[in-house]
Write a protein that binds this ligand. Structure first.
Ligand code: PLO
Length: 518
């Protein structure tokens, strides 16, 4: 017994020693360290974080005690929380390259075959090369290109047809919105689309939600990687969902390889195959630069996954807020009636003429950012942010939530006020504060920004031109808090879509601008 007590005391002294040493080092040598949360050996600051299911809000509250920028220990990992837009821009723009790293975690390694994608991969030549190809391919189909507009309008049209059939019922619009958005991304990535009820699409809905629920949300296994050795329900779900996704990606890849031609570029996958084939022909060595089959699959999986989950989530938030604010919905409809009318459907060209709708989209992106903590960055070398020194390897979390809800920057930040993005005459104005980064910034800025803006504008304008959205009787208003994960999703809610006067009969695409033909 005695030896047991001695061992415990000895262990406690050693641990305290480590703890004090770290504290003293922070205090004596590096007096330019950011304030830090209390930290204990092994578990770090985890006790302080326990029980908070919405970390972006908790990190915002901690500012009162620790200031705009503070550090904490997630187990053995040093993490810096940045809550202010000036510091965020220093990280993302001014010192973008220094903070362009990503941490490897158990869940993202499973999702991306050890970081062979774009979003979660660490900074490297391969990463830069992939990003460049995808950026080029997205630009080609992107802004100014008539084809992407046609594709979105085709999907908006069938979405409105479905809504007409579901009229006056209490429906969860999520599957229909996801279907429409998936078909846009599917056209772009794989030059294909799904019919409603297609089992492959249903499977995708299922695996994607499984992935969103389990990946990259700072679960314990991402902090202590050795925990993966023990049975873990989330990891089991994630692996199952990833294998479903892999089957789908592999199928698309094999189909594309069969009828691939150097001369035709049908979609993003063709663009990637072409880059692979040209580097092989030039003997650049596709292995070294990273154009392996794994890289191609993971990259296209990223774009597909990001394209579906982010835009669908923003559409869901938009609808939730429109239901909470019928007066905003009415104003958008008045704008649509006066600028477009009922004889034709909305086009991208109308964007400049619909400032109230544009302002509403901006406000949704502010009040409910898709990724409230972005994806954590990692310092690739010793550096500094503001007045503080930052050590190489520190994980940097940009709290977009704090930045978008900063009371010094936004008047009544918790209120939904699209007018804040308009001038006195009701025209589009630049954001009233620079504390606004819905798509991130710098070398890891969102690749799909232009596409997302086109989709949000077209889908919402098509829907609101034809329908008024409301809460079905007996149903609660949508919850606005959200479920935290790799994207901040709203909880499920039911909607009633009623055709607006004048649309009852002529609900399909108006004659003047038919979009059904491909
Ligand atoms: C969404 C579920 C998919 O099945 C896989 C996937 C790939 C890319 C991820 C995306 C998920 C979530 C949103 C992410 C995106 C990359 C960039 C984007 C994290 C997990 C954001 C918001 O940063």
């Amino acid at each position: 017994m005695e030896w047991f007590i001695y061992t415990c005391v000895f262990a406690a002294v050693v641990l305290m020693g480590f703890y004090m040493k770290r504290k003293m080092r922070g205090f004596l040598i590096d007096n330019r360290s950011p304030p830090s949360l209390p930290s204990f050996p092994v578990i770090g600051s985890l006790l302080c974080l326990k029980g908070h299911s919405l970390p972006h809000i908790f990190f915002q509250q901690l500012q009162k005690k620790y200031g705009d920028m503070y550090s904490l220990m997630m187990g053995p990992h040093k993490v810096l929380i940045v809550n202010n837009h000036l510091h965020a821009k220093e990280v993302l723009l001014k010192k973008g390259k220094i903070f362009a790293g990503r941490a490897r975690t158990v869940t993202t390694d499973i999702l991306t075959r050890d970081g062979k994608d774009i979003a979660f991969a660490d900074y490297s030549n391969t990463w830069r090369f992939h990003r460049k190809i995808v950026h080029g391919a997205l630009c080609m189909f992107g802004e100014g290109s008539a084809s992407i507009e046609k594709i979105i309008c085709r999907e908006a049209s069938s979405l409105c047809e479905v809504l007409t059939d579901l009229q006056s019922c209490a429906v969860d619009l999520a599957p229909e919105l996801t279907h429409a958005v998936t078909n846009v991304v599917c056209s772009l990535c794989f030059n294909s689309s799904y019919k409603r009820g297609d089992p492959e699409f249903e499977g995708m809905l299922q695996y994607s939600q499984g992935i969103v629920n389990t990946v990259a949300k700072d679960s314990l296994v991402d902090i202590f990687s050795w925990l993966q050795l023990f049975p873990n329900e989330d990891l089991r779900i994630l692996k199952h969902c990833v294998s479903m996704r892999d089957k789908l990606l592999k199928k698309k890849y094999e189909e594309h390889k069969v009828d691939y031609s150097d001369n035709v570029q049908r979609d993003l996958l063709d663009a990637l195959l072409r880059a692979k084939s040209s580097s092989e022909n030039n003997n650049t060595g596709s292995q070294e630069i990273g154009l392996t089959e794994d890289h191609l699959l993971m990259t296209v999986g990223d774009i597909f996954g990001a394209g579906v989950e982010t835009t669908t989530t923003v559409l869901k938030w938009s609808i939730a807020y429109l239901i909470h604010h019928p007066q905003v919905q009415k104003k958008i409809q008045e704008e649509l009636d006066s600028k477009i009318g009922k004889d034709r459907h909305p086009l991208l060209n109308d964007r400049g003429n619909l400032p109230y709708l544009e302002a509403t989209i901006r406000e949704v992106l502010r009040i409910r950012p898709v990724a409230p903590l972005l994806i954590p960055h990692v310092a690739l070398s010793d550096s500094s942010i503001g007045e503080y020194n930052i050590q190489k390897g520190t994980r940097v979390i940009i709290n977009l939530w704090s930045i978008h809800h900063d009371e010094k920057e936004w008047k009544n930040p918790d209120l939904f006020i699209p007018e804040r993005f308009l001038d006195k005459e009701g025209n589009s104005a630049s954001p009233p504060s620079l504390s606004y980064l819905p798509f991130g910034a710098g070398i890891r800025v969102c690749l799909g920004e232009a596409l997302a803006k086109m989709e949000l504008f077209l889908f919402l304008s098509w829907i609101l031109q034809r329908f008024t959205l409301g809460v079905p009787s007996g149903q609660p208003l949508p919850d606005l808090q959200g479920k935290f994960g790799v994207v901040l999703q709203p909880q499920k809610f039911k909607v009633e879509a009623r055709l607006r006067p004048g649309w009852e009969k002529n609900t399909q695409v108006p004659q003047n601008n038919e979009v059904k033909s491909d």
